[in-house]
Design a protein around this ligand. Structure first.
Ligand SMILES: [Fe+2]
Ligand SMILES: [Fe+2]
Length: 408
């Protein structure tokens, strides 16, 4: 029997048939699932979920005073796509070693993107072979350990936003493609589209592009032209894959038809551009700009999740959260034991990353740093994340704790 159940009354062993529709803020990437531990229930409460529908034929039954609810529309079933998702590489080097390798790729990326966008601004043809080589390097780095590269992409100066944003969107799109199980060629074409998605901005006067204040309506209209101007720019360069060009033209279209330049809707937008739209917004709202501080990644993911039913393709939003992780590397978290730490890398379990613990909040003192893989603990005495925390509050410098010394 399907019945409605307050989340606070759930216990491990219940089988969730589906979620209440209309929730805006939760990271759970399943429609139906047997709940194995209290941690998942705690996370639902933390994300503001109040009720779910449980199937008492497939799991534990819990008595409730409430009448059985009517099942609402079933949410999208992405279990089949999850089966296709690329497995994590079995062997990988230490995190420090991966960061060292990723830093080299980031350095290469910065040089290539500066040259490429400068060429566009000067009206010179793009060296597309150099861009292809960079994308191949980024793809193999992502395949080995996406966390290290994505973490390094967060380090950038405020005044080179457009350059590093292009690189970051490329890297995120490659990681997104790989986590969806797309093959290498598709990942590289879509990644190239990410690298080139804002080439049209090179036609925007620098005074508007780098304006350290809000834009006027007229200035915003000029910025918006970049989604059209890219067509002419890319037409000058032979051998641009059509999908990459579509990403440049359509990454500001929105699933509900409220985007630009053509108010395309739903499947009128190329799937690659639907992915790019999510990635573009995520990177833009998390980046420090000359006029505002970037949002932390956990808050940004919640924003993206909130837009899943209007601006974006909902299934892709679920997959994107799965790709970057509910707690991306660099996130400061508090564990149930009272320890505070920094997420170093993701594991196969979204809510159980590896955490480098550095502080004991219950004793109010620093502790010897130690890596705790939350996915590999015995659940009966293992620790778990209870919240994400502000780095400033604990005066923690996440990158320093992770041993990342790359300069912006
Ligand atoms: Fe754009
Ligand atoms: Fe962009």
């Amino acid at each position: 029997m399907i019945k409605k159940m307050p989340v606070r009354q759930l216990r491990p062993g219940v089988f969730i048939d589906h979620f209440e529709s209309g929730w805006l803020n939760h990271p759970f990437l399943f429609n139906h699932k047997r709940i194995k531990d209290q941690q998942t229930i705690d996370k639902m409460i933390e994300w503001g979920i109040e009720e779910v529908y449980i199937d008492t034929d497939r799991g534990l039954d819990i008595e409730t005073d409430e009448k059985p609810g009517q099942p609402t529309e079933t949410e999208i079933d992405f279990t089949k796509v999850e089966e296709k998702a690329a497995p994590r590489p079995e062997v990988h080097a230490s995190f420090e070693e991966e960061v060292r390798r990723a830093a080299q790729v980031r350095g290469q990326a910065r040089r290539v993107i500066h040259r490429l966008l400068d060429d566009v601004r000067n009206g010179t043809a793009i060296d597309i072979n150099e861009a292809h080589e960079l994308i191949s390097e980024m793809d193999s780095t992502v395949a080995r350990n996406k966390d290290a590269l994505l973490l390094l992409m967060r380090i950038r100066t405020r005044d080179e936003y457009t350059f590093m944003h292009s690189v970051s969107v490329g890297a995120l799109l490659i990681a997104f493609c790989r986590s969806l199980g797309l093959d290498g060629e598709a990942a590289r074409i879509i990644g190239l589209g990410g690298l080139l998605h804002d080439v049209g901005k090179m036609a925007v006067p620098l005074a508007i592009l780098n304006k350290p204040a809000s834009l006027t309506d007229q200035e915003f209209a000029i910025i918006k032209r970049h989604a059209l101007d890219c067509k002419e720019i890319l037409a000058k360069t032979p051998h641009i894959p059509p999908t990459a060009a579509l990403i440049a033209r359509q990454h500001h279209e929105r699933y509900d038809g409220t985007g630009y330049p053509f108010n395309l809707k739903g499947d009128q937008i190329s799937p690659a551009a639907q992915m790019a739209a999510i990635v573009d917004v995520f990177d833009a709202i998390t980046a420090d700009r000359c006029y505002h501080e970037g949002m932390d990644q956990v808050a940004a993911l919640r924003k993206i999740y909130g837009w899943r039913k209007d601006h974006f393709n909902e299934t892709l939003v679920h997959h994107f959260i799965r790709c970057v992780g509910v707690y991306p590397p660099g996130t400061v978290v508090r564990l149930a034991s009272g320890r505070i730490g920094v997420v170093t890398e993701s594991t196969d379990e979204l809510l159980k990353p590896v955490v480098r613990v550095v502080y004991d909040a219950s004793q109010d003192w620093a502790i010897t740093p130690k890596d705790v893989d939350l996915s590999r603990q015995d659940p009966s005495f293992g620790d778990r994340i209870i919240s994400h925390e502000s780095a400033q509050r604990w005066r923690i410098e996440p990158l320093k704790i992770l041993g990342v010394t790359v300069k912006p």
